[in-house]
Design a protein around this ligand. Sequence first.
Ligand code: ADP
Length: 366
Amino acid sequence: MFSKNDKIFQVVVESAPNSIIMVDPTGKIVFMNKHTEKLFGYSKKVLIGKNISILLPERYGNTHHEMIKKFFKNPQTRTMGAGRDLQGIKKNGEEFPVEIGLNPLKTEEGTFVLASIIDITERKKLELRERHYIKALETKNKELEQFAYIASHDLREPLQSIYSFIQLIDSDYSDLLDEVGKESIRYINDSINRMKNLIQGLLEYSRLGREAQLEELDLNDLVQEVLDDLNFSIHGSNAKITVNHLPTIKGYPVEIRLLFQNLISNAIKFRKKDVVPRIKVSSKKSKNYWRFEVSDNGIGIPSDYYEKIFTIFQRLHRREEYEGTGIGLAHCRKIIDLHHGEIWVESKPGQGSNFYFSIPFEKDKA
Ligand code: ADP
């Protein structure tokens, strides 16, 4: 039991940094602290004895009355209007967003409501700014994808023409060409092939996730299929690959397959010369997600590049050293974004790299 005249109670409530108001079962304000004067612009003298509805915009009138009635039927601590945007109204008519906590307070004269009112204008502004930011980012990403799709799609045609004419020159006029001419044709052909690969990569990048359907994926089977596909390079490099037991997850099949394929083939490709490549694929269950790991004992990556390697066309080596277009890890990041997870790398140059990615459980996906 609490006496409403209790001195300690009054001191605590007076010095609180939010507005605290006590109303009787009819909604009449019987007590308020200093901060209430500051927040709403009314003096105590004016507010005491008035109905609480004076502090709420008219459109809440009935709803608010109903809420008070409901509260007294089942008085327990709770937030008022949870999930809805509540507004307070100041003496000067200005409305502002509020959060109201309601607590029943048993006094010698019956059950009163102790309402704690917080001005959440700043919080709302921040939320709004965040929402605008995310929206702008989503629009930009869509535009970029669209651009990548159109650019790569349209670039294929002129490239195909160049390729056809070079083939024509090579077959019909090769007698007229000296060594320099023939060498030039070889260079042009190499460049065309590289450009084809880049365009293909870009096209695949912008297509990832389009029209994809989530499916239950037993990753043990999926990774085994990836290893079968990589059979040639596994044998060629004598790589020893260990795969621990993996879970079944909900994911996009083509994309998840590409993810493992890129990570494992990179682990084979970036091996150290004269060292047997040892690669391990494993998983760990966390509270809300699976964390996967693909580790190798290869050449490693300097820490300055941990982030950069996930951007499109970013590579650390010349083509003559290691084949590739620099798009594989950008694919991986996009695939993990599609699954609402994260991907990152830890590495010791000269000793090996550990690629990690997380995939939230189905119920945690947005
Ligand atoms: P690509 O393999 O075609 O070069 P990726 O996007 O797959 O493109 O990788 C980007 C760069 O990241 C690679 O060029 C390489 O420098 C580095 N990298 C990726 N995986 C590994 C790895 N397992 N070990 C060392 N370096 C790696």
